[in-house]
Ligand binder design. Structure first.
Ligand SMILES: [Zn+2]
Length: 370
């Protein structure tokens, strides 16, 4: 038996005992009872309601938070659980078990476990109130962005101009629209909708969703929800084409779905992503512009895949320059790269919109050079 198989057997064997540990942990006195809190809380001084804590935990899935802390699962186990290196101690073989359904973790290396609040305490060496503050800060505007994205999705099918624009950009499949949660901001009624849900006007302003005059900031845009942000593409030629909310554009688009693929296609824009996904290329991700932020770069460096850089071939050469520079930086990190050369003046979206098909794009992938 090879070393890998032996290691797998050890991990699986240990997992069986730790499955018991995790299931025991779920009924640990600290998590199971309604009385105590399993944190470093100085109880009695200033109480935080259990309901508020439950809400916070619901809004921050443990796995999302772990990924934001750059934790990567090494492998999936039964019942949807994951195992990976422990971010809380110096770990050399995966011993950190995560159960996304129960929203709990347990490390059988250092013996620590709990929920997302406990993780924030341990990871940031923070006391309970500080950990709560960190989590609330991280959660930011997530709930209101979620409501906004849902509202825009409902609008998409009520406005003919939105459907016409999507068709013009080659987006046809209802499955794709569902997958990307594409919506449309018709302008005008977002404010009333969100305020009726209990959000105040200053909160809408702070989130950047409405203008000072109360108008929808994404008016007449096709909207794609991102991690902690929204991308809006204007359907009118007169407005600036791209809009984001203030703050980070987040990590690579749909990264969790491609991070374990042996080959990853990286594109600049969400409409590039859309047509490739629709044509059956599911190992595709998007950096929302040709400049990657630090988090996106780290994500690409975190695997053993080959990255197919498929940036625009525009007249001023900025897409290709960016691809060359990125290839250079990725190679320095030991990542294999290929540069996909589209015909002059094309990006992946225009390539498909103007008649290119999956077979032709596949030939471009095969012809891509380092
Ligand atoms: Zn540990």
């Amino acid at each position: 038996m090879g070393a890998t198989a032996a290691a797998e057997r050890v991990v699986l064997g240990e997992d069986r005992s730790h499955a018991r540990a995790l299931s025991a942990y779920a009924h640990h006195r600290c998590l199971g009872s309604g009385r105590g809190l399993p944190y470093s809380a100085d109880r009695g001084k200033k109480s935080v309601s259990r309901q508020a804590l439950d809400e916070l935990k619901q809004q921050i899935p443990l796995q999302d938070y772990l990924q934001a802390c750059d934790w990567q699962p090494a492998r999936q186990l039964s019942r949807g659980r994951w195992i990976g290196l422990c971010p809380l101690h110096s770990d050399h073989k995966p011993s950190f078990l995560v159960d996304p359904i129960k929203n709990l973790f347990y490390c059988y290396g250092c013996g620590r476990g709990g929920d997302v609040i406990r993780f924030a305490e341990l990871y940031h060496h923070a006391k309970f109130p500080h950990a709560l503050a960190l989590l609330r800060q991280w959660r930011g505007f997530a709930p209101i962005l979620h409501e906004t994205a849902d509202f825009y999705r409902l609008q998409l099918h009520c406005h003919g101009e939105a459907g016409a624009y999507l068709r013009q950009r080659g987006v046809r499949s209802p499955e794709l629209i569902e997958h990307m949660r594409i919506g449309y901001a018709p302008g005008g009624c977002l404010r009333g909708w969100l305020m009726q849900l209990g959000y105040t006007f200053p909160v809408l302003r702070q989130a950047g969703l409405v203008t000072a005059a109360g108008y929808d900031a994404y008016s007449h845009r096709i909207v794609f929800p991102l991690e902690g942000n929204l991308y809006g593409r204007s359907i009118a030629a007169s407005a600036a084409p791209h809009r984001f909310l203030p703050g980070s554009k987040g990590g690579l688009y749909a990264w969790e779905q491609v991070q374990r693929c042996p080959e990853v296609i990286l594109v600049e824009g969400l409409f590039d992503y859309a047509v490739l996904w629709q044509a059956g290329f599911r190992h595709v991700t998007c950096s929302l512009g040709n400049h990657l932020n630090a988090r996106q770069f780290r994500q690409l460096c975190g695997g053993t895949h080959t990255v197919y850089l498929t940036f625009d071939v525009d007249a001023n050469g900025s897409g290709q320059q960016a691809a060359q520079w990125l290839a250079h930086r990725l190679r320095a990190q030991g990542i294999t790269t290929r540069r996909v050369l589209l015909p002059d003046g094309h990006d992946p979206n225009s390539f498909f919109v103007q008649g290119g098909d999956a077979r032709q794009f596949q030939s471009l992938l095969e012809a891509a050079r380092p």
